[in-house]
Design a protein around this ligand. Structure first.
Ligand SMILES: C[S@@+](CC[C@H](N)C(=O)[O-])C[C@H]1O[C@@H](n2cnc3c(N)ncnc32)[C@H](O)[C@@H]1O
Length: 512
């Protein structure tokens, strides 16, 4: 296979460096030989010399090389098949998540880092008191309107406070999300990953930890971060926790601002791009501007890649994130999960507050030390509650279910016409438990309603026929037959009352 010699190719190559030439030619055909580019170089260079220069750059360019006689064939790395967990891997992951605590080596690495930075033992009373102050200041700042927040991690104790208070929960939260990606078949045997606004490396370290439970998966993890204090903490924790030469290579974070173009040293394409708790730190701006920032970074997503956005579960951040992902969906970065678009309509919900939960974590030794004071609850952060969205460019949804045109399910946008009547609906479960032991309450959605809709299941009405509402995971499609429609004026919402006569099914569950 030979490179064409048309004037346009010659022009395009003229003056370009060797690497740019290789990149250009690779963009015109899936494979070529290095000998083919020699005629286009200003000075004659041997195949061996070209290979020596370009080989370190090949992974970044998404290319691979194969020796063929005296030549070298360069080809694009094709997307690999999904990495499917085997039973042993699944069991290891489940056992780790059931333990509900961050690995001891990591907790100890955090303690050692605090000791080093504070120049005193991590559990020295003065250090503990300063950490408490830093945590309180950070929390006060968080609840200010975004234009008044100073979320700049420039001072040492800000980052130490983050390590003590936020890190453990965000680490375990990431492990739950990564396990979800694995279960959904969104991991590959070999992946290139970008973490945007990595902070002290919560996401990369969780990736290294989860991958350590996989038998044959590898990953190269890149990240950007603007705070030098965070980068210093990240490198220290990485060196203490991630084995060199292991399945995950964590590259040093690049100091960069996500508002600027991505640094040229980063790979061309990523299989997974993660924004974890970072988009809420962008300066206050219209959703279109924020979508533009994510869209620009997502230009570097591989065709079969996934974007994972995670934000805190509070109403403000959570609803802003849903508006953002609905905007991205319009721009061709389609929501894969948790929304399922079961009616095939675009999301029209003006304010969607949807989040999920995972079991509380066990407090670290450091958190327990912080909590030995009068207002201990201020320093213990163990609840996992978050809003997330997985997005892809190929339009594949996690749940391919669509309500069939002739079905007898009422659209949620038509509930106003059925108040006090019993109806059948097909919905997606869009929250964890919002109720209590007496009345289970879950947000549900079919993508059509502008008014929020909740399913209510009084505990004394629970039967084997309707308990799927309670037990099904977040994001599951449910067919509900015989729910009573009520309008809740105080909250401008509709409630679907489930009784012991209501049948709730997960479509396809009986076929498995
Ligand atoms: C709340 S922390 C989240 C850290 C980590 N991703 C996690 O989930 O724990 C937000 C991080 O984003 C970084 N950040 C905020 N705005 C940024 C920007 N414009 N460019 C790069 N990093 C940014 C902050 O410095 C901080 O480390």
């Amino acid at each position: 296979m030979y490179v064409g010699r048309s004037p346009s190719i010659r022009q395009a190559m003229a003056g370009h460096s060797l690497i740019t030439t290789v990149k250009y030619v690779a963009g015109t055909r899936p494979a070529f030989h290095l000998s083919e580019i020699i005629p286009y170089l200003d000075d004659p260079v041997s195949v061996d010399e070209i290979y020596r220069i370009i080989s370190p750059e090949l992974p970044r360019l998404g290319l691979t090389a194969k020796k063929t006689g005296d030549d070298v064939e360069i080809s694009r790395v094709l997307p690999g098949p999904a990495y499917i967990l085997n039973d042993r891997e699944q069991k290891r992951i489940d056992t780790f998540l059931a333990g509900r605590e961050i690995p001891v080596t990591l907790a100890e690495a955090i303690e050692r880092y605090i000791t080093k930075k504070a120049a005193k033992d991590w559990n020295d009373p003065t250090v503990i008191e300063r950490l408490r102050k830093a945590i309180t200041a950070q929390k006060d700042d968080y609840w200010k309107p975004s234009h008044k927040r100073s979320l700049r991690y420039t001072k040492g104790y800000r980052v130490l406070g983050y390590l003590a208070y936020h890190f453990p929960v965000y680490f375990m939260q990431t492990e739950h999300l990564l396990a979800g990606l694995a279960r959904d078949g969104l991991l590959k045997k070999s992946m290139t990953i970008l973490d945007v606004g990595t902070g002290p490396g919560v996401v990369p370290l969780a990736i290294a930890d989860l991958w350590s439970r996989l038998d044959g998966a590898r990953a190269a993890v890149y990240s950007i971060e603007r705070s030098e204090e965070h980068i210093e903490a990240f490198l220290s924790l990485r060196d203490a926790f991630v084995p060199r030469g292991g399945p995950v290579s964590i590259k040093p974070p690049v100091k960069a601002d996500m508002l600027e173009p991505l640094p040229s040293t980063l790979p061309e394409k990523f299989d997974l791009i993660i924004f974890s708790n970072v988009l809420n730190e962008l300066p206050e701006s219209p959703v279109e501007t924020q979508a533009g920032i994510v869209e620009r970074i997502t230009e570097r997503l591989a065709p079969e890649g996934t974007v994972l956005i995670i934000e805190p579960a509070d109403e403000d951040n959570s609803t802003r994130m849903r508006t953002l992902t609905a905007e991205l969906h319009q721009r061709g970065i389609f929501i894969h999960a948790p929304c399922s678009f079961i009616r095939g309509t675009p999301c029209t919900a003006p304010r969607c507050w949807s989040f999920t939960t995972a079991p509380v974590i066990r407090p670290t030794r450091l958190m327990e030390a912080l909590a030995r004071c009068e207002e201990s609850y201020r320093y213990v952060n163990i609840d996992i509650k978050y809003s997330y969205a997985m997005l892809r460019k190929d339009g594949v949804r996690r749940d391919g279910y669509r309500v069939s045109p002739g079905s007898k399910f009422l659209r949620l946008s038509k509930l106003h016409s059925a108040v006090e009547k019993r109806v059948n609906v097909a919905v997606v479960k869009m929250s964890g438990e919002l109720g209590d032991v007496k009345n289970h309450l879950f947000k549900v959605c079919d993508g059509t309603a502008k008014t929020p809709v909740y399913a209510v299941l009084p505990a004394f009405h629970m039967t084997p026929g309707n308990e799927a509402l309670r037990s099904a995971p977040y994001g599951t499609v449910l067919e509900m037959r015989g729910v009573l429609v009520r309008y809740n004026k105080a909250h401008d919402a509709y409630n679907l009352l489930v009784s012991r006569n209501t049948e709730i099914q997960i479509p396809g569950a009986d076929d498995q």
